[in-house]
Design a protein around this ligand. Structure first.
Ligand code: FAD
Length: 405
């Protein structure tokens, strides 16, 4: 492994860093409080447009669809440098990270020409309409149906946990188009207009007070056949393109996430019944455990980067990082809040304890989104360690003959 930039990588990094120093000058420090949703959306749009005009969007995408035609290492270097700032980026991560690469891989050139440029400049936001109330990990069990009607399709059903659906213009949706085929073989993928008649978006209230994701109901929603991605019945194959991009996107530690140093800072200020928290063996042990996990994650990521820099693609071992990141963040935050006793409830805005409280609330979601701990462990067992596969007895049975559990 070589952790250093090559000469070309160092040159690109210096160029990006110089650009960010002026372009992101307003985002050098964290905001005093999280932006209200409307302000977050407005700032995200403005930031995306700035990056677009400077040529830092679609970095790895082919030039033919409006990308920069550079390597994954260029994208990673840009992400690393951008993540040193506090510029708002999350609004586009699903669209640009997953939906649009799926669209230009499986859609027609006309469809790509219509949607890719506006997604890149940030004037249109996208969401991923995959999960349903009884189909998450087992995505191939979805029931939302699309029925052909002339040169269009009519969609009926429900999706859930759709991040940013309430702020999206379009989504990619996987539907069942053949109930008599085995579950993976009767699916098709479409582009859907989130403002079309029959689309109803209902935000879900989270324990943090925010509403990042939604239930989405479809009642007789019409989609033109030109907006199908991939062949009829090939929706599973198309969705694997999206899921591959999703696993790459959610592998690492979220930027500015608390780490062992945050736990140390909080513990240093706490006096417990038995003396200063930092003198307690269990506290010191927990800090050491968190440090080991943080370093393990960092080095696993560096190994993946080193592979990318050599032109190889990181494989399923990327799942290891996500399993460790999410659990470490949740355990560390729970420990710090316990240690803080009642102070862990009423935290000061901007404090380390507030960071840990926020982390406690959303790390539970991180253990589910983009593949649950158990599913990622199955991937590690089967595809990294070569252990026998999970039982999949329903794989070859027509979907219409499967009985819900
Ligand atoms: C923050 C967040 C954002 C999300 N955003 C989106 C989005 O934008 N679009 C979208 O389509 N979806 C989104 N999701 C949904 C997400 O993809 C699903 O929640 C996830 O796939 C799990 O599915 P599920 O919730 O139906 O749980 P289930 O699949 O029902 O799992 C329930 C439990 O059973 C376990 N389990 C299931 N199968 C197995 C197995 N074979 N072996 C062992 N254990 C198993 C799981 O690990 C879990 O503990 C989001 C979720 C979260 C938390």
């Amino acid at each position: 492994m070589d952790f250093n930039d090559t000469a070309a990588e160092a040159e690109f990094r210096a160029k990006v860093r110089a650009w960010l120093a002026t372009a992101a000058a307003d985002y050098a420090a964290p905001p005093a409080a999280p932006y209200p949703l409307d302000e977050f959306v407005a700032r995200s749009r403005a930031w995306q447009k700035l990056k677009h005009d400077a040529g830092y969007v679609g970095i790895t995408w082919p030039r033919a669809v409006g990308g920069q035609g550079l390597t994954p290492m260029h994208q990673i270097i840009f992400n690393q440098e951008e993540s040193r700032t506090y510029a708002p980026t999350g609004l586009y991560s699903i669209g640009l990270g997953m939906c649009i690469p799926t669209l230009f891989t499986h859609g027609s050139p006309e469809v790509a020409a219509r949607y890719v440029p506006r997604a890149l400049e940030g004037s249109e936001v996208w969401c991923q309409l995959f999960s349903e109330p009884v189909a998450g990990s087992d995505l191939a069990s979805i029931r939302t149906k699309a029925v052909a009607d002339g040169d269009s399709w009519v969609i009926n059903g429900q999706k859930v946990w759709t991040s940013f659906a309430h702020r999206s213009d379009f989504g990619i949706i996987v539907c069942r188009t053949d109930f008599d085929a085995p579950k993976h073989k009767g699916l098709s993928m479409f582009i859907v207009d989130m403002k079309a008649p029959g689309v109803e978006v209902r935000p879900i209230k989270q324990m943090s007070g925010g509403s990042d994701f939604n239930e989405v109901f479809f009642t007789d929603v019409r989609v033109a056949d030109t907006h199908r991605l991939g062949a009829v019945g090939e929706g599973w194959k198309v969705s694997l393109t999206t899921l591959m991009h999703e696993r790459l996107a959610v592998g690492g530690k979220p930027r500015h996430a608390p780490g062992y140093h945050t736990l140390m800072a909080v513990a240093a200020g706490i006096e417990t019944d038995t003396g200063p928290a930092m003198e307690r063996a269990d506290v010191r042990q927990r800090i050491a455990d968190t440090y080991i996990a943080d370093e393990g994650i960092r080095l696993t990521q560096m190994r993946a980067l080193s592979a990318l820099s050599r032109g190889a693609m990181p494989g399923p071992e990327q799942s290891i990082s996500k399993v460790v990141v999410a659990k470490t963040m949740q355990d560390m935050a729970a420990f710090a809040l316990d240690l803080s006793e009642s102070q862990g409830l009423a935290v000061e805005p901007g404090s380390d304890l507030e960071k840990l409280q926020t982390s406690y609330m959303w790390s539970a979601g991180l253990r589910i989104a983009g593949g649950t701990d158990e599913i990622l462990r199955n991937i590690i067992a089967e595809r990294v360690l070569g252990l026998p596969g999970d039982l999949r007895p329903d794989k070859d049975i027509p979907f219409s003959q499967l009985k819900p559990l």
